[in-house]
Write a protein that binds this ligand. Structure first.
Ligand code: IPD
Ligand code: CA
Ligand code: CA
Length: 259
């Protein structure tokens, strides 16, 4: 896609997200239908499904030939990254959404032939949209922003997945102890936002493609490193342990992991 096409797509996506987020905020006091998926803390609500249905419908209407990877079943069974592939997480942090009515995000990522194009992480309750990509730069709502400082691990807070931290799985606790302190937000999207905005020096979690697709585009646009925990390139169509951090902290994290 050329820059003009990307800008036109951006206008559409921002309109869809604004509509979906307004709808969610208006229904926060409504009764939620909550179901469990893999376990008692893996929840899905009617709002996850309705929001995904709405966003997937918009993409299909505007781009009928594109493929869609999404969490709640309205997307496609995508096997390869050729052409345009969209990633949709309608509510990231569903447990926060259900228990707190706060600290959840809506995420969309767009790739073309495996390359980063556009990423969106919307903090729904704060109405803070972090968006951008390699050809349009990084933005927080209407403001163009730059990436964070290239800080060492010890200089910043580190976002972790709770169970991985508790059990030191894949050295996550050791890595977090070498930072200023561990943080657990319960939303991969908001963790990525924190790293990109320089509020955390990194984040590690086992994630699905819709959890990291938007964040990867935005973090790489911000000059951050996004790899597997072993420093390998991300596979866009697999669950894996994802590490987003500064280029300064990356070798320190790899040393801790290998020790
Ligand atoms: C979850 C959140 C959470 C992360 C989980 C994800 P969901 O997404 O991002 O922070 O630890 O791995 O599944 O299910 O609320 O969209
Ligand atoms: Ca979700
Ligand atoms: Ca998610």
């Amino acid at each position: 896609m050329d820059l003009l096409e990307i800008k036109a797509v951006n206008t559409d996506v921002q309109r869809w997200l604004a509509t979906a987020a307004t709808n969610l905020r208006q229904h926060l006091t409504a009764h939620f239908q909550v179901q469990t998926k893999s376990g008692r803390n893996d929840l899905v609500t009617n709002f996850d499904k309705e929001t995904e249905h709405f966003l997937v419908d918009q993409i299909r209407h505007s781009f009928p030939n594109d493929q869609i990877v999404s969490e709640e079943g309205f997307g496609d069974q995508v096997q390869q990254m050729s052409g345009r592939v969209w990633f949709v997480d309608p509510i990231d942090g569903t447990l926060n959404f259900v228990k707190q009515r706060n600290d959840f995000a809506m995420m969309i990522g767009l790739y073309e032939d495996g390359r980063n194009v556009l990423g969106y992480i919307l903090d729904v309750m704060d109405n803070k949209l972090l968006w951008g990509g390699p050809s349009v730069g990084l933005h927080l709502n209407e403001e163009a922003i730059s990436g964070p400082a290239n800080e060492p691990l010890a200089a910043g807070l580190f976002g972790v997945n709770g169970p991985m931290f508790a059990t030191n799985r894949e050295s996550v606790r050791d890595i977090a102890f070498a930072s200023s302190g561990a943080r657990i937000l319960g939303s991969a999207g908001l963790e990525f936002q924190h790293v990109i905005l320089g509020r955390q020096v990194g984040y590690i979690s086992r994630l699905m493609p819709w959890d990291f697709a938007a964040g990867k585009i935005l973090a790489e646009t911000a000059g951050l490193s996004v790899t597997t925990i072993d420093g390998d390139p991300i596979n866009m169509l697999k669950s894996q342990t994802v590490l987003v951090t500064t280029h300064h902290a990356l070798p320190e994290i790899q040393r801790i992991r290998q020790s």
